[in-house]
Ligand binder design. Sequence first.
Ligand code: FAD
Length: 358
Amino acid sequence: MNTVILVGGGHAHIQCLKQLQKESLPSARFILVSSNNYQYYSGMFSGFTEGIYEEKDIMIDLTELSRKAGVQFLEATVTKMDPENKTIFCDNGEVLTYNIISFDIGSRTNLVSLPSSEVRTVKPNYTFPDTIKELRDSPSPLIIGGGAAGVEISLSILARKKRIGQSGQVTLISSSRLLPHAPKGVSTSLEKLCKSKGLHFYLNEKIETIEEQLIQTSNRILKHSGVLLLTGPASFSLFQEGGLSCTEDGYLLVRSTLQSESHPEIFGAGDCVTLSSYTELAKNGVYAVRQGPVLWENIKRTLLNRKLTTFEPQKRFLSILSTGGKEAMLLYDKFYYQGKLPWKLKNKIDSDFMKKYT
Ligand SMILES: Cc1cc2nc3c(=O)[nH]c(=O)nc-3n(C[C@H](O)[C@H](O)[C@H](O)COP(=O)(O)OP(=O)(O)OC[C@H]3O[C@@H](n4cnc5c(N)ncnc54)[C@H](O)[C@@H]3O)c2cc1C
């Protein structure tokens, strides 16, 4: 009997759990190890922030999903691994051995050298609801990071304040233009929209110091009632410390089969991995979701001694950025469209995704 351990209840692993409800593999027992009983779906974080969704709408019960799949669930965080002896160590003292292991543990927030005691983050993702509930009700929340997450959360807090008639202002600070990886026209249009919605934002400014109620940037001093960092992903130290083949910044290097470059019995998907043949690929939920079926297929084929399949990322994909007030901006390459319709589409896609797991 082989032991397959899935570490982390991320987007790819929940698909494996779903598949295990349909197909049973008699030669293997599966264990899911996750830091929390619940996985929170980031596609709906903006809607939760705005008050459109409740907490129950954005959470996936990993214990229930595991139970239905016949998978043993262990609530623990893997803190150390010994790949030569195929062993992992958990924060609750559990030590587990495996034949095959897969990591879908996401990423940490990139703290960009800021003092972590003065800032809030929303990772691990189960901390999101409490952090946001506290921040959105404070009078002058300040968000650092001009990527998709920073813009969405800023506009969602602002929309909620308007809707419930709560006074205060929301500020966003970015070290670049908004959405720095999108075509310039998209950023310009989004910046105009943020202005028209009343978001206070400052571009191309670096944070110098953060104090309890004040923040100093390269150009100004601003008052705040809480700072949230949405500055993109950083890796965990687990893989590098375990001696696995990694990128310089600590992500697990995987082949297109999603197998570790150094240890083929180790698989990985989502934010925690970098594909050797596509090192520049963005870390987002879209790729984590798309890697799910390949990951499942390859775990299964490894158990059955069959040839593995490969993951080929698509160059372009549709993304929809929530802009508050049940509006969104649909983006596809250079094309963008802002309004009510993209939000309806986003709501449908996200709700359909959640229906599969609840
Ligand atoms: C505010 C916000 C909004 C976003 N919106 C979008 C969006 O609309 N679309 C999009 O594509 N992307 C979005 N993203 C990015 C997206 O959240 C991530 O890219 C995505 O969650 C990565 O998925 P994953 O499967 O790799 O891991 P995750 O979804 O992060 O899941 C990892 C899981 O592993 C668990 N875990 C972590 N470490 C361990 C460990 N050592 N042991 C055991 N368990 C562990 C965690 O608790 C968590 O449950 C957003 C991000 C943020 C912050």
